[in-house]
Design a protein around this ligand. Sequence first.
Ligand SMILES: Cc1cc2nc3c(=O)[nH]c(=O)nc-3n(C[C@H](O)[C@H](O)[C@H](O)COP(=O)(O)OP(=O)(O)OC[C@H]3O[C@@H](n4cnc5c(N)ncnc54)[C@H](O)[C@@H]3O)c2cc1C
Ligand code: FES
Ligand code: FES
Length: 472
Amino acid sequence: MALTSVESFHSPTEAAAVVQLLQQHEDSALIVAGGTFLHGLAARGLLTGIDALIDIQGLGLDNIAVDPGNVVIGATTRLAQIEQDDAVQQQAWLGAVKDAITYPPVQIMNAATVGGSIASACPLFDLPTGFLALNGEVQALGPDGSRAIPLEAFFSGLFENSLAPAEFVTAIRLPVPPPNSASAFIKLETNANDLAIVNAAVALTLDGANRCEQARVFIGGGTGETPARAGSAEDLLAGAVLDEDTVSGAGKAAQGDVDPISDHRASKEYRSHMTGVLVQKALRKAIARLGGESAMTNRQDRRFARRQPPAGLRPGMGAMKQVIQLDVNNETHEIAVEPHDSLLRTLRETLGLNAAKRGCDSGGCGCCTVLVDGKAVYSCMTMAMQVGDRTVTTVEGLGGDAGLDPVQQAFIDADAVQCGYCTCGIMMAAKQLLAENPDPDEEAIRKGISGNLCRCTGYQKIIEAVQMAAAG
Ligand SMILES: Cc1cc2nc3c(=O)[nH]c(=O)nc-3n(C[C@H](O)[C@H](O)[C@H](O)COP(=O)(O)OP(=O)(O)OC[C@H]3O[C@@H](n4cnc5c(N)ncnc54)[C@H](O)[C@@H]3O)c2cc1C
Ligand code: FES
Ligand code: FES
């Protein structure tokens, strides 16, 4: 973790204390929620000069409240919690949210928060595009109390949001639309650890004559510094009968609403073309949701401004160790860590537990996967100080006096190991999968290990090993 100038790590339990800390440290404080995008920001040079980390996981903002007029999702609600929330899953109008969280790997689902997803102001993320289609409103708390910011006004530029100094996000509010509303989201990516090349979200409301009363269409991915509103597509949809001609016309219109970039992942022309394709697909999906339950249960289709270091503070200066207790493999360790030390570094270099491997060190390969309270996370993206009183399990903690864990034995029996660099991470992802789904089909296994790469590409034997472990 590249936050080597950090001197202190705070874990407040009151929202007012967060505001006070932000005021006290000004530009040199950084809020940490799931911690999954800190590498991404650091890699872009956006986290220099940070001397204080404020972990907001203890504020109790991890809840989803549903009332007749609103769904309010607390800032530290993790993506996996949304996936498990029946109220969200059953509503056709929330389809775009349901769809958006079918893409990230399990390690990101277990750690990434809604607030972090919004506050990062990254146009390549998925949930924000979905929330924009649903006319979301950010709830923020700061020195002057709380205020609501329409999400469209919240994103002010690439990685820039309109939070005032010492303000932070406490929740997102999604207003319940009129009856006969549905939404959908779709993303183009290369693999489960990839951010969107293009994504699209639509929200539709039909009138009594089955015409489109209102439509909201947003495009994310590399199509601008912030997700773009496809106004021409919305104009074309408003008042129209939603037939194939309208859908394909809206897709073409949306292409004119964006100005995509070209980069190593896709050309401007390809992104433009795919904008049209994805808008059409999202519209068809939302229309299906309005027409009945065919797509309601369809979850198969896939699922700061730049800171300058304060004068006199250089990276590497000032980081001070703090003593924490870490429960690893049923043993409590009292250890000194620097505030920015990753769990991976702590496991390997302080505790000598080398099963979790360092591959990419940035959430791209999964070979550092361990369980925190039974949930798979990337230990390279989790700070040791974030773990708190939760328990950590690594491969060294599997099995026992009676022998190897069934997952370990199955990997041997299925010959599912080549160089072995990915194996420990994949076994930990498999442990969570089998704990939650003792009899997974092949698709569920592929999804469960989609956040783990095997460079030796031995996926078939890995899948067989998980099937063998499930069979017992
Ligand atoms: C391997 C990988 C795969 C991914 N796949 C997907 C995907 O498929 N779809 C997708 O949409 N996204 C994806 N992401 C991005 C992921 O959604 C974000 O990293 C995550 O949502 C950020 O949330 P967090 O809680 O981890 O934020 P953190 O990393 O803790 O923080 C990110 C930024 O937001 C700020 N912040 C956090 N919470 C608040 C708050 N409440 N108020 C103010 N500021 C705050 C922090 O200060 C920091 O600047 C992926 C990321 C990785 C690493
Ligand atoms: S995901 Fe952690 S080392 Fe690659
Ligand atoms: S066995 Fe070599 S990386 Fe997977």
